[in-house]
Design a protein around this ligand. Structure first.
Ligand code: FDA
Length: 325
């Protein structure tokens, strides 16, 4: 962590809410579902991208709190259907109670996945910190075992275990394996994770290669230019194009609303210019849309976890015209 990052972590507890709000405005769709729908309609019409929607909040402290997420995701599915949005769901298992009551959390999630499946809506399990890596993968495997196949998870290139996880999931699910690959937002201990930029990037490229060679569907989730260039090269060398079909041996069937074996994924408000460029070249791009009342906690947590984001806050504060989605 740089000097600036360390300073930010110190001042975080007294940082005025309105400053955090300035940043949140760019990265969070709004406090309610209606704001998220408006943003998706506009972006979808302008850029032709698709979406994955996250109801803000994670790790609850009692099962009563899980009801908020159960109800909100239920409303969200209805809104996707009513507004004919090209959108899937991003879900954090700890928000459904995974760390409190595993059985109830499973029941909560299974009901959600089943309702989503009725409408051909895919559900992505966001990956949280290393305490729940295996448990999150297990949810996906168990659901597929029950015939609920509209579910996939995220793997984080910073974790040493990720290549083994890619192999294990691909062995278990075959052509149904469907990943999002990202670097990982959680600053994990160095005995289990890469902690520096270059090793994390090298691991990202290697895991992407492994996923593509296994025939899995991959959501390539990064804003990092060298990684995007590498990904484009990896796709090109395998003959994977936006137009499809997916030429890989052992690749899964075409998936509703998805690309031919891959898509790029980006967070709302970050590097819109790259997103638009990828879209112009025809690549499928999915934008991650977080919304909800808990925007303040979300932004503070992101800041605490990755103080480099503070550079963007400072920029947004001093040069608000640069702070666009
Ligand atoms: P890197 O951090 O090197 O950023 C590259 C460039 O992007 C920066 O130089 C900057 O310009 C810009 N940038 C990146 N983050 C920014 C920010 N917050 N504000 C402004 N600019 C920023 N993680 C996780 O642990 N579990 C998960 O489930 C997910 N899910 C997920 C979904 C999607 C769609 C994306 C894009 C990312 C995630 N992540 C995630 C987060 C991911 O692990 C990672 O922390 C961030 O994407 C930043 O890493 P980059 O690959 O973008 O590279």
């Amino acid at each position: 962590m740089g000097l600036f990052g360390r300073v930010v972590v110190r001042v975080l507890p007294v940082m005025p809410r309105f400053i955090v709000g300035l940043v949140a405005k760019r990265y969070v769709a709004g406090e309610d579902l209606e704001s998220a729908v408006t943003i998706m309609k506009n972006l979808g019409a302008k850029e032709g991208c698709s979406f994955t929607i996250d109801v803000l909040g994670e790790e609850i402290s009692n099962m009563e709190e899980a009801k908020h997420f159960v109800n909100e995701y239920d409303r969200l599915i209805d809104a996707i259907v009513e507004n004919d949005l090209e959108a899937n769901l991003s879900v954090k298992p700890t928000a459904f109670g995974l760390l409190i009551d595993e059985q109830k959390a499973y029941a909560n999630m299974e009901a959600l996945f089943a309702k989503a499946a009725e409408h051909d809506i895919f559900v992505r399990l966001d990956m949280e910190d290393h305490r729940v890596t295996q448990a999150t993968i297990d949810i996906v495997l168990r659901m597929h075992g029950k015939g609920i196949t509209n579910v996939g998870t995220v793997l984080q290139s910073r974790l040493f275990r990720t290549p083994d996880d890619v192999r294990a999931v691909c062995n278990a699910l075959g052509p149904q394996a469907d990943f999002r690959l990202c670097k990982g937002i959680y600053l994990e201990p160095e005995d289990i994770a890469h902690t520096k930029y270059h090793p994390i990037n090298t691991a990202f490229a290697e895991s992407l290669s492994l996923m593509l060679d296994s025939g899995a569907y991959v959501g390539i989730a990064t804003h990092d230019k060298p990684l995007i260039h590498d990904a484009l090269e990896q796709l090109r060398s395998r003959g994977m194009t936006p137009e499809g079909p997916d030429p890989r041996e052992g690749a899964g069937p075409a998936r509703p609303g998805k690309g031919a074996g891959y898509e790029f994924q980006m967070l709302l408000g970050i590097r819109g210019e790259i997103r638009r460029k990828l879209r112009k070249s025809g690549h499928p791009v999915r934008v991650y849309i977080p919304y909800g009342e808990r925007w303040y906690e979300y932004s503070m947590r992101r800041l605490r976890e990755n103080p480099d984001v503070a550079v963007h806050i400072t920029k947004a504060f001093l040069m608000p015209w640069t702070n666009r989605r």
